[in-house]
Design a protein around this ligand. Structure first.
Ligand code: NDP
Ligand code: GDP
Length: 372
């Protein structure tokens, strides 16, 4: 039987125009929030979708479960490959095997607070990992065949220099995560200029959904609002509730990623809602929607909120969740993407909160039922 991994000398590539008629996407970070929405979108558009997943001792494909069919029953247009952004050889093998037309680099250690505790790892995966994937494409001789999307971030702006933040705002990252993503941003620009690669940075402001990781602030809040409402949790502990973010829905943002790779020329784009809200407002709206009215009391690290009806403390500030350096304000200007790509976010702030709380109320209620 032939070995499943072709050696590079055996790679037979048709001319670029012919190669690009195929629609084959490769996604790193496919098991994450954005990876799952992007997979849905690309499959709807008729792509073969390949994803890189990490070997894990526990189940890590929950967000993809609804898309995955048993490969033994019938071959599907959706395939997962074991790999890691820290393993160059593996990336070369996957690219050689898949021969993608579009590569979406969404894989990352994506949590800002964790990046202070795992700074070197974050730099390796989020920064150098991007270089490894770009070089894997070049090693396979596919630099003119493949379009590359890089998951850049509003965390690049960090300390406020100007608002709203756009493609021309200077960067000033405030965390090992932001600094690692800065390297990734520039290596994408550099490979575009040096080797003529079609490579784009999507500078995405925070985007959320019911599939958002549970340790990011929005999901932590909506889960707690649901669990407290159903009596499964007594109090939510948070860090800096005065930080402001520009929040949108992940489903809208993955569409923008795809749009960036369909242009005539590669470029970098901000995707944002154009609004900014404090974490405090996200808390109030979530609890309110879950049926709990809050009243804030105290100040600074003593600040807390009580449930107006039960008079119990249901939200407390806890300094454990403060960061060594904070990004106080993010507020994006998506005008360039709106004009050049025709992109527009569909889900507004209130609808996002409602969708997330509804999903967490439903999940919490079904768990309560299971236990009864
Ligand atoms: P998630 O944290 O939900 O997903 C991250 C993905 O990266 C997961 O599939 C994870 O795998 C994978 N991953 C982690 N480490 C590695 C590694 N060493 N090698 C390969 N894959 C790895 O993030 P999101 O979906 O929310 O975000 C997608 C991308 O967009 C990330 O790069 C993030 O930094 C960036 N971004 C996100 C924003 C947001 O608001 N959501 C805003 C701007 C940028 P596993 O499931 O096994 O952990
Ligand atoms: P980030 O913008 O990528 O860091 O996304 P997060 O959702 O992790 O954090 C958004 C903001 O919420 C940051 O300013 C955090 O400091 C703030 N925040 C306040 N309390 C918490 C908390 O308990 N967890 C997290 N993750 N963030 C918090």
């Amino acid at each position: 039987m032939a070995h499943p991994i072709p050696s590079l000398t055996q790679l037979q590539l048709p001319p670029v125009e012919e190669y690009r008629k195929r629609k084959v996407a490769l996604i790193s970070g496919i098991t994450g929030q954005d990876g799952s929405y992007l997979t849905e979108l690309l499959m709807e558009k008729g792509y073969d979708v390949h994803g890189i997943i990490r070997r894990s001792s526990s189940f890590n494909t929950g967000r993809l479960h609804h898309l995955y069919e048993d490969q033994h029953e019938r071959p599907t247009k959706f395939k997962l490959h074991y790999g890691d952004l820290s393993d160059s050889t593996n990336l070369v093998y996957i690219i050689a095997q898949v021969k993608p037309t579009e590569v979406y680099n969404l894989g990352a250690q994506s949590h800002v607070k964790v990046s202070f505790e795992m700074a070197e790892y974050t730099g390796d995966v989020d920064g150098l990992g991007t270089l490894r994937l770009l070089d894997a494409i070049r090693t396979c001789g596919l630099e003119n065949h493949v379009r590359f999307y890089q998951a850049s971030t509003s965390e690049l702006y960090g300390k406020v220099v100007e608002t709203p933040q756009s493609e021309t705002t200077p960067f000033y990252p405030r965390s090992p995560y932001g600094v690692a993503k800065l390297y990734a941003y520039w290596i994408v620009v550099n490979y575009r200029e040096a080797y003529g690669m079609y490579a784009c940075n999507g500078i995405l402001f925070n985007h959320e959904s019911p599939r958002r990781g549970r340790t990011f602030v929005t999901r932590k809040i909506t889960r707690a609002a649901a669990d407290i409402k159903l009596g499964k949790q007594s109090c939510l502990y948070l860090g800096n509730i005065d930080a402001r973010r520009d929040w949108g829905h992940a489903r809208d943002y993955v569409e923008g990623m795809w749009m960036m790779l369909q242009q005539e020329k590669p470029d970098d784009f901000v995707l944002a809602s154009g609004e900014t809200h404090p974490v405090r407002e996200f808390v109030e709206k979530s609890f309110n929607y879950a049926g709990i009215q809050l009243k804030w009391e105290g100040s600074g690290e003593e600040e807390h909120a009580i449930d107006v009806q039960t008079k119990k403390v249901v939200v407390r500030v806890d300094s454990r969740y403060f960061r060594p350096a904070e990004v106080e304000l993010l507020h994006g200007n998506p005008a360039k993407a709106e004009k050049a790509l025709g992109w527009k976010r569909r889900v507004d702030f209130d609808s996002l909160v409602k969708e997330m709380v509804d999903a967490d109320l439903k999940a919490a209620a079904s768990l309560v039922e299971d236990q009864n």
